[in-house]
Design a protein around this ligand. Sequence first.
Ligand code: NAP
Ligand code: MG
Length: 487
Amino acid sequence: MKLVDDAITTAGSLPDYFVIGGKLRRADEAITVLDPGSGARLADMPMGTPADVDEAVATAKAAFASWRSLEPKARGKLLWHIGDAIEAKRDPLALVEALDTGKPHKDALASVDRTADFFRYYGGMVDKLEGTSIPLGEGKVCFTEKVPIGVTGHITPWNVPISMVARGLAPALACGNTAVIKPAEDTPLSTVLLVQVLEEAGLPSGVVNVVTGAGSVVGQHLCEHRDVGHLTFTGSVGTGQLVMTAAATHLASVTLELGGKSPHLILADADLDKGVSIILNGAFKNAGQICSAGTRLLVEAGRHAELLDRLARAVQDMTLGHGLTNPDMGPLISARQLQTVAGFTDRARAAGADITTGGNPASVAGYEAGFYFEPTIINDVAPDSELAQSEIFGPVLSVLPVADLDEAIAVANHSDFGLAAAIQTRDISKAMRYARAVNAGQVFVNGYHNAGDTVPFGGMKASGIGREKGLEALDAYTETKAITVSY
Ligand code: NAP
Ligand code: MG
């Protein structure tokens, strides 16, 4: 496939190894990594073992003492420099990310830019991790320090691999921790390349290590490892529970970013000229494979028919194609995910669902073996139904009519999840009532994903524990030590 071959040539060769202590490791057994846009084999990555995890953790543990004691200014400067080094490798990293995930090339470029930004943002924080002083009266001085935890484990999903690694890694390193990463089997390539960019930029070998392999083996062993003090996990609810259970065996702390079924409310006074593209961006970006996607569209009576019509027409204009051709929407990550998404729409159809548009796997000329699914809108979805309750992780938007704001709040909160929520209205009072009432870690008003990467992000209820991004993320990677001196 010429497009893909040319991209690999431009990017340079793809990795077939992982990295422990700066050394490249290969294994006898391989994971086949596919291009979701064509279904073709991209690379073979090593299937890591528990022994590899043990070695990576021991290496990260050995690297901890000197990394934590590096002068804060120097550590901050290095992280900032890493941001620049990532930017210098923007094109090859984005090509590999687009190939491995199937996402539109422009989105892969944006992911790499965000990756660089995470290192700069947290690099700027290293010399500002200040403690407090607590008054204990005459004869005593009491102060706190923020100290690193030690070895941190990072387990990442396949939907936004490179920037999600950076989201956890940059604050972990800023706080003086070392790391072992286990990327998703479907998308390990950019993570391995990122670790090499970090080392080329001057990060001491062993501070960050990566082991590719199966979640149930490499991931599980990393979570159970007694020398790992904190685990940062992004993925599904079920796996998050396994991570937390394993962490509990040795009392490691966890940050869990899990799923969502985020409600996006359109009130009757909304500006639909702007609103339609906001809705589509919220629901179909990354082919709907975003944990915070706005997948439950709550529409107030009065604008329902008009909005549905405008959405259907806008979806007809969307282009679907291989990520390297920069379509509006690329493929799903895998044949398995395609089957999962089709399962939801097949069951809905069998139950008599009103499918406004889409609902089926799609074929893209020249890429017939890719994992494409049509952008799908399903109307009149009942709040208790599978389509309204389960995370699909594909381009399927469920439309739920609501009578008014009060009913909308009740329907919005009728969910196990609580990751994000959005509202479109010209009425600031209604916007604020909704924003305050809805159970979600982030709320967007007259926009979707309009907060950016310096804003705390994470879920309530089954959507997770803890917050990533922003200054708040630093809390997860430090412990507070209180020192009291009597004099
Ligand atoms: P997943 O199956 O939970 O996998 C996530 C990661 O966990 C992968 O690296 C996986 O490895 C690993 N893993 C699997 N079993 C494990 C175990 N027993 N112990 C430790 N690690 C293990 O999720 P996914 O299918 O990759 O991603 C889809 C889900 O992630 C969706 O539900 C979505 O909502 C959620 N997600 C959430 C966010 C967020 O920020 N909140 C972001 C992205 C995705 P393998 O790849 O080898 O299986
Ligand atoms: Mg892939």
